[in-house]
Design a protein. Structure first.
Length: 90
């Protein structure tokens, strides 16, 4: 079953439970067929289809993605820029 407005899921895996900051795994639901073309898909997944976020960041990510203020790729880029590859809430 596909939920049309679901853009991200947050998972608590082994890494989440063992890490000190308990960073959850955020995974995009974006599929290639959701994009205009391969170039668009590559742009939207430049930093991957997942990233880690501290628990305090979950609400921020979900809220901004829901209203379209920011894209998944922006959060993935911020996580990529972090020394521990984790998005930390503002």
């Amino acid at each position: 079953m596909r939920v049309d407005n679901l853009t991200v899921v947050f998972l608590a895996d082994r890494t989440t439970m063992q890490a000190g900051c308990h960073a959850l795994l955020a995974v995009t639901t974006l599929a290639r067929e959701d994009c205009l073309d391969d170039e668009n898909y590559e742009q939207l997944t430049e930093f991957g289809r997942d990233f880690r976020t501290v628990p305090a960041g979950v609400h921020d990510v979900h809220a901004k993605l829901s209203i379209g203020n920011l894209g998944f790729e922006e959060y993935a880029a911020w996580a990529h820029d972090d020394p521990e590859d984790v998005y930390r809430s503002f």
